[in-house]
Structure formats: structure tokens, C-alpha cells
Ligand binder design. Structure first.
Ligand code: PGA
Length: 300
């Protein structure tokens, strides 16, 4: 498996940060990204209340990648020096364009705030707010139609793992989530494997080999639903208690295209640490692969 897809690292702030805190965080991130030569997509998912402020902060330096500019799964064009691209994301959306949906937000509203990518199906939404495979599919379809990229979260439960049915549980979630999407739309999809048992303060750190096995299952499920060519376009990333210390272990797995981080991305320094560790290890793994296969492979 080559490193043909551009690395992707995202962080959701969940229910954290005021607008002022968002500005301070993004100023630090932007200062770093202005000097970095890493070939990586970075997506930040603030709470809804900070989206417009975050967009203004990123736009003021013209570092925010708009939907139209997204290179999605592809690396920077040859000849141009690579640098990180920053993307603004939202943590959820409703599938309707508008309507009597108290407390909900539509794709149109997100686009209006400068958002280019939306997170769907996170475990916490499935567990506490009634998100289902079907509603994730409705949202994914609406997002794609509106021109938003998506990061779709899937993951096995503690029980799925205990009874060794994680592969089928995850494959089912994947197939329902992307069901009915046109194959070309898969290039704008990031699939995040986030096992329920690894998320949060009580989470257990997943072994890289375990993550690699499920990532293969995810790619196979995408291939079954949309064909191998469309499946190859999807970035499959890992999330669940990842920090700078563990990022390299996941990056060494060539099936891992990036990371989706929670707590360790709550500070810009923490996120930058994860990105740098991931990219360093991914580059090393790609070089090793190239040596073994006698060919060149891209990485961050
Ligand atoms: P965590 O969150 O890194 O804080 O465990 C991960 C996630 O929810 O994506």
C-alpha cells in the first residue's frame, strides 16, 4: 500500500473554547503553519459559536483552504513547495437545508460561516444524542450535495471487541454511512476509525496493529460499496486518545492516512506535536517501503 494520499490530521474541540480562546489557538497554529513545509491537511473543528470568528481569523492570513481549493486526497502539485493547508470544520449538521428543527444547523449555515468540512457520526453523538447509521447517511448525502467535505466517524464498541465482531460492526457502519453517495464524492470523504473503547479519559490505547487491521476492513468495505478506484480516494484516519507519544506508532502503519485527535489537540502546541510526530514517522515508513519496493512513495 503506497502513501499516495495526502496526510490528514484533524482535531475537534468538542464543547471547549470561547471565541477569544479560538483566536489565540489559531494564531499560534497559523504562525507555525506559515513556516512549516509539511504536506498535510489540518482540519480544526471548533464549537458552532466560534466558527465565524475562526473563519475570520484564518481568512485574515489567507491560509484557510476553501472548498473549491481543496486538493482532497492529493498531495501538493509537483514543483510547488509543500506546506500545511488549514481547513475549518463543524462538529455536526442536520440533513435538511432549513426547517422547524430547533437547535439544529444546516449545511447552508455552515458554508455561510466559512466551513469546508463537517464531522458526522462521532461516538459521543451516537451514544448520547440519538445519532444512527441512517441519520449519518442522510447527513453525509446532504453534506456532499451542499459541497462540504465530511469526516465520518465509525467504531466498534467494547462488546463488539469482546466478541470479536469488530470487523463486521465497523464494515456495516461504513457501508451505511456512504450508501448512495456517488463514487466521485468519496474523494471528499475522510473515514475516521474511532473505537468507543479508546475514546476519552477512560479510554484504552489501541495497538497500531489492531488499528491497521480495522483500517483494511474499512478500505475493503468502501471497495465493496463503491469499487476499488473510489475507495482508494478516501483518507482513512485513526482517532482515540492519540497524543504526540503515540502518533508515530500509528503513522508507521501504511494503512493509516492520518489522525483525528481529541484532548491532545486542545492546545495548538499539543496538536502541532501530534502532526510533527505523525509526519516524521510516516515519512520514515514511506522511505522504508520505497526501499523495499524499489520505488518512490510520497508522505508528509
Ligand atoms: P480523545 O478523543 O483523543 O480525547 O480520546 C478522541 C475523539 O473523540 O476523537
Amino acid at each position: 500500500m503506497s502513501r499516495s494520499r495526502r496526510a490528514w490530521v484533524g482535531t475537534s474541540w468538542k464543547m471547549h473554547k470561547t471565541r477569544a480562546e479560538a483566536v489565540a489557538y489559531l494564531a499560534e497554529l497559523r504562525e507555525w503553519s506559515g513556516t512549516s513545509a509539511l504536506d498535510v491537511d489540518i482540519a480544526i473543528f471548533p464549537p458552532f459559536t466560534a466558527l465565524a470568528t475562526a473563519a475570520a481569523q484564518l481568512n485574515s492570513t489567507a491560509q484557510l483552504s476553501s472548498t473549491a481549493q481543496l486538493t482532497s486526497a492529493h498531495h501538493a502539485p509537483t514543483g510547488e513547495p509543500p506546506s500545511p493547508s488549514l481547513h475549518l470544520g463543524a462538529q455536526n449538521m442536520h440533513w435538511q437545508a432549513n426547517g422547524a428543527q430547533t437547535g439544529e444547523i444546516s449545511a447552508t449555515m455552515l458554508l455561510d460561516c466559512g466551513v469546508s468540512i463537517v464531522e458526522l457520526g462521532h461516538y459521543e453523538r451516537r451514544q448520547h444524542y440519538g445519532e444512527t447509521d441512517h441519520s449519518v447517511n442522510l447527513k453525509a448525502s446532504a453534506a456532499v450535495t451542499a459541497g462540504l467535505e465530511t469526516v465520518i466517524c465509525v467504531g466498534d464498541s467494547e462488546q463488539d471487541r469482546q466478541y470479536a465482531v469488530a470487523p463486521e460492526a465497523v464494515a456495516r457502519q461504513v457501508k451505511i454511512a456512504v450508501g448512495g453517495l456517488p463514487p466521485h464524492a468519496l474523494a471528499s470523504v475522510v473515514l475516521a476509525y474511532e473505537p468507543a473503547w479508546a475514546i476519552g479519559t477512560g479510554g484504552e490505547q489501541a495497538e497500531p496493529a489492531e488499528v491497521e487491521a480495522i483500517h483494511r476492513v474499512i478500505r475493503a468495505a468502501l471497495s465493496q460499496s463503491h469499487g476499488p478506484q473510489a475507495a482508494e480516494q478516501v483518507r482513512v484516519v485513526y482517532g482515540g486518545s492519540v497524543d504526540a507519544a503515540s502518533a508515530g506508532g500509528y503513522a508507521a502503519q501504511t494503512t493509516v492516512d492520518g489522525l483525528f485527535v481529541g484532548r491532545s489537540g486542545l492546545t495548538a502546541t499539543g496538536l502541532i506535536g501530534v502532526i510533527e510526530q505523525f509526519c516524521a514517522a510516516a515519512t520514515e515508513a514511506a522511505a522504508e517501503l520505497a526501499f523495499l519496493e524499489g520505488s518512490a512513495h510520497d508522505s508528509c
